[in-house]
Ligand binder design. Sequence first.
Ligand SMILES: Nc1nc2c(c(=O)[nH]1)N[C@H]1C(S)=C(S)[C@@H](COP(=O)(O)O)O[C@H]1N2
Ligand SMILES: [Mo]
Length: 389
Amino acid sequence: MKLPQAPTEESFPSPLHHPRVATVLGRWLAVAITICFLTGLFSHFQQATPGWLVIPSRPASLYRVTQGLHVLSGLVSVPLLLAKLWTVYPKLFAKLPWPPSRQALTTILERASILVLVSALALELFIGFLNTLQWYPWPFPFKETHYALAWIIIGALLVHLAVKLPLITAHWRRTPADRTPVPPPADSLPPAITGLTRRGLFRTVAGASALVGITSIGQSVPALGPVAVLAPRKPNVGPQGLPVNRTARDAGVVAVGDDWRLTVSGPVQLSYSLDELRALPQSRSQLPIACVEGWSQGAHWEGIRVRDLLRLCGAPEGSRLRVVSMEKGGFYATSELPPQYAEDPLTLLALRLNGTTLDLDHGYPTRLIAPNRPGVLQTKWVHRLEVLT
Ligand SMILES: Nc1nc2c(c(=O)[nH]1)N[C@H]1C(S)=C(S)[C@@H](COP(=O)(O)O)O[C@H]1N2
Ligand SMILES: [Mo]
């Protein structure tokens, strides 16, 4: 009896498995990953700012744009990665050079780096996607893991690019041979499979990526909200026309009594009731909430300028400020405002949102709103400000 033959790389003669196709798709994927990596770095540094870095508080909507791009480029990477893997999967059946030689060692190292690259990238995109759904079904901390994986991916990607450089440069431009691909042997694959041309494949992949993009970007571009079937959040659905990430009930903030007071501790200790806060000079800002999970929405805020409170409590210019929520525990219960944010005239301790008193779910009685900041740092249910320096 004749045993079925194990496939070899040559069992897949379709011109769609050609290095030229891998180069073109690889370029698209590289653009998406680079945007995703750089915007991700920016978001990480916003939340864990190294000592040498000063992030400016303007442009006010910068983080809204970068984080929108981060989630968009991550989502678009999914169809691109799938297409790229499909193009190169026959390589899985390539024979290792035998007996072992230096050549074999290089091949093994190269494959190991690809294994690291593909598994880290697949995991990164997967946990990133689940994060946009606000779902954290794993025991490890998301932020640190997502960040560490990003560096593993960049390292493995550089190795991969270095190894493949000769192939990439050889196929960077379309050659005459690419224009007239050799037809595969008649007995190899059914015409239905070989029928797709390279141009057809590129169009399909570009179309799939565009579809993913258009159906998700609506979570940060309200005009595209109606077609955003992939977006977990519609930017204008929620109390006062703004989504809520964590409700007051989820945060354990149930009721705010009449005895509520805001304390400001600086060189001078201050304490205000809600009515006293309302009697202070009020300012307005038009600023977005831009959540790390990708959704964002602009809103009108009214409240007291944080820098006015700093002057009232005698804090010198250049002070850092800790913002403390009534919420007990958890990552979001406090945030720190670097001096350039605290001094920005747009930064408010907000009492009103879109023309009415702040909803309890948006941080009643008062919440922080500052320009160019991730949503996680826009602390809700604030009851204490502490001058740090
Ligand atoms: N105290 C506290 N503040 C918080 C949060 C929280 O869970 N607790 N969530 C943050 C996150 S992740 C975002 S995106 C914004 C959302 O603000 P909103 O619910 O008013 O839209 O609030 C931020 N402020
Ligand atoms: Mo958020």
